[in-house]
Design a protein around this ligand. Structure first.
Ligand code: PXP
Length: 239
C-alpha cells in the first residue's frame, strides 16, 4: 500500500507574497498529518524563496510522521541537514532561475561526489533519497552511491500535452520501476501529480510513496474559499 507525503512549499509561497506570517507552512504541515499524510516535505532552497530556516527548524520540532528535507547536494545544505536532522533528505538539482525543480539529478555525472554526500548524511542517521528521471541507469547509479530511496521524477509525465504522450511517458516510469525491482531500494514518485493524473499509478505497486504539493495547495485554496468568504461575510454583515 502506498502513502502520501505532503510538500508544504507553496503554503510558504503564499506567505511570501505578502512577506508576513500567514499562511504558516508549519501549521499546514500539522493539518496534513491530522488528515492522514505520512510524511511532510519541504525544500530549503539556496535563495529561500519559500521555505526558510525557521520553517525547517519548527517542522523538525513538530512533525510526528517523517520530515523529508529536499535540498541541493551542496555544502551549505548538508551542514544544515546535519544540524537539523530531518528523518530523510531528498537530493535534487537546483538552478537559481528555475520556477520549480526541472529535472532529475544526473547522478552519473558525479557519482563520487554524491557518494561522499550520502556518506556524510547517513553517518548522522539521515536516510537519503535521490530525485531522478525515469531512467534505470540513473536509478542504479543512485543505488551504487548508497541511496536508500529514489524518487522518480513524474514532471514530464504530468506535463504531457496529449494522451499518447502521457501513455508513452508513463510507460517510461513503469519500465524504470519494474527494471530496478532487483535492488533493495525504496521507490517514491513526485512532481506535478494531481487529482487526475495520479490514477494511472494504481498500476505501479512498486511505488510506495507519493510526494505531492502544488495540486494539494491549489485545491485547498478552492475548496476552502467558500467557507472563508462566508466567515468574512458574517463578520461584516451587521456593521
Ligand atoms: N518532488 C520533488 C523532488 C520536488 O522538487 C517537488 C516540487 O517541490 C515535488 C516532489 C512536489 O511537486 P508538486 O509541488 O508539483 O506536487
Amino acid at each position: 500500500m502506498a502513502h502520501l507525503a505532503v510538500n508544504v512549499d507553496h503554503v510558504a509561497t503564499l506567505r511570501q507574497a505578502r512577506g508576513g506570517n500567514d499562511p504558516d507552512p508549519v501549521l499546514a504541515a500539522g493539518l496534513a498529518e491530522l488528515a492522514g499524510a505520512e510524511g511532510i516535505i519541504c525544500h530549503l532552497r539556496e535563495d529561500r524563496r519559500h521555505i526558510n530556516d525557521r520553517d525547517l527548524r519548527l517542522l523538525r520540532q513538530m512533525i510526528k510522521t517523517k520530515l523529508n528535507m529536499e535540498m541541493a547536494a551542496v555544502d551549505e545544505m548538508v551542514s544544515i541537514a546535519l544540524e537539523v536532522r530531518p528523518d530523510m533528505v531528498t537530493l535534487v538539482p537546483e538552478k537559481r532561475q528555475e520556477l520549480t525543480t526541472e529535472g532529475g539529478l544526473d547522478v552519473m555525472a558525479r557519482p563520487d561526489y554524491y557518494k561522499g554526500v550520502v556518506e556524510r548524511l547517513k553517518s548522522a542517521g539521515i536516510a537519503v533519497s535521490f530525485f531522478v528521471d525515469p531512467d534505470p541507469e540513473q536509478v542504479r547509479e543512485a543505488y551504487r552511491c548508497g541511496a536508500d530511496i529514489v524518487e522518480i521524477h513524474t514532471g514530464h509525465y504530468s506535463e504531457a500535452k496529449t494522451e499518447a504522450e502521457a501513455v508513452e511517458r508513463f510507460r517510461r516510469i513503469e519500465t524504470t520501476v519494474v527494471s530496478v525491482s532487483d535492488l533493495s531500494l525504496g521507490i517514491s514518485a513526485g512532481h506535478g501529480l494531481n487529482y487526475l493524473n495520479i490514477e494511472a499509478f494504481e498500476a505501479l505497486p512498486q511505488i510506495t510513496e507519493y510526494s505531492i504539493g502544488h495540486s494539494i495547495v491549489s485545491r485547498a485554496v478552492l475548496v476552502g474559499f467558500e467557507r472563508a468568504v462566508q466567515e468574512m461575510v458574517k463578520l461584516v454583515k451587521d456593521f
